[in-house]
Ligand binder design. Sequence first.
Ligand SMILES: *Cc1c(COP(=O)(O)O)cnc(C)c1O
Length: 356
Amino acid sequence: MYNIPPKIHLAYLPTRIDKLNKISTEYGKNIYIKRDDLTGMELSGNKVRKLEYSIAQALKLKADTLITCGALQSNHCRATAAAGAKLGLKTVLVLKDGEKTPPSGNYLLDLMLDADVRLISPQDYKNVDKIMDNICNELKANGQNGYIIPMGASNAIGMFGYMEAIREILSQEKELGIHFDAIVDTVGSTGTFAGLVLGNVIYNAGFDIIGFSVSEERSYFQEVTYNNIKDCCKYISNENYTHTPQSLGIKKEDFNIIDLYRGEGYGINSPDDFKLIKHLASKEGIFIDPVYTGKAFKGMLSEIRHSQLKNPVGSDIPKDGIHADFSKYENILFIHTGGLFGLFPKAAEIADCIRF
Ligand SMILES: *Cc1c(COP(=O)(O)O)cnc(C)c1O
């Protein structure tokens, strides 16, 4: 009763689910991690699941060039460039260049993957959709055929990656003999969260899905998520079934997006972020990243503490704002969406903070 579009095979799936034993003991919950950082190496992280659907669409339309955009250190752009190289497609990346820095991290890898990188100012980036349209038109004038993937591949087609991840998690629950009460993810451009929410409904999975924003406010991301789901309903509908958010019982207000742990803004870290990243590394042997998963993981642990103690003494958990009630949950699954290469451009900052 639901149409699922075709995909190509790029990611190493299924990704493992492991228990974080020491963190679980420390926080009095069973905390598990799904290693979507291990969907590949060059093609690592959550974007690969989305690109399996976006690029299938591009190939169907006989595209020879992928065009996409993001921040200078975008994991999505690096994954797209790697997929392009592997599949013999050209890749044009429109990157927001905040500061002129020597190539490092993902940006260095983009260049090594031979992507056609166009650096634009944050001011110009406001019109990035128009800029990508223009590039696509230029290509057409030269007899080439571009396919535009929006930022983060967070559109209706990309969402299928995480709708289908819900099915993967359901089958892993059976294998492991565990039911996860809540799934926690990072919200950067919402495709992952929106896919999980829709998959949860369609596959009747019964999870609470909780997203931690690393950039925008809760209400903004609720709106974007809703629009993504509405668009995706067109894809999943067929001649016998017309789906809408209403028909699926999906309401904007129900999207559980916590925006209390964004810090000073996208890509900006506090020393506490790095300490938490180091804590996880030293206790569990797992690296999370500064821009996305580090903030979300820190948010999840803080919200668990908040649910247990309400006003933890001396903590930096915000008093105001909307919290998630983790007291209801025993088994929690955090999705590690990747981003490791983002650690390296912050090497000096990290080194300063962890030598305490
Ligand atoms: C892009 C990204 C996210 C956010 O996912 P969205 O689907 O854009 O919300 C989370 N973690 C990492 C490492 C990412 O690169």
